[in-house]
Ligand binder design. Sequence first.
Ligand SMILES: [Zn+2]
Length: 122
Amino acid sequence: MTRGPRPAGRPRHVPQRTCVACRLGKPKREMVRLVRLAEGNVAVDPTGKKSGRGAYLCSDPACWQAGLKRGVLVRALKLDHLVAADAAALEAYSRALPAPVSPSISHLPITLAGTEPAPASD
Ligand SMILES: [Zn+2]
């Protein structure tokens, strides 16, 4: 028999990473890892397993803008500058990121607007 108390839904120990742009620590899976390659290039590392100096950014386009424009990412990766092609690729990546979701509702399932009649409160 495998009956027993169900583990709580929230594991207490969640690996956290710090966004180099906003400096907030967030669960690793909510972050995007960037890795510095041997040639001085920077690539997005979706698996988080590439070797090399890495830096994390929130999956929030605002942090990507800050990271790219203010040289934050360059410093975090100890580079002199970002290769233009990489900057363009990262910028394109940031544009493809989903729209930022408020952290307080991000864990809720997406509800389709209009499926439930909203009670008129005013
Ligand atoms: Zn951030």
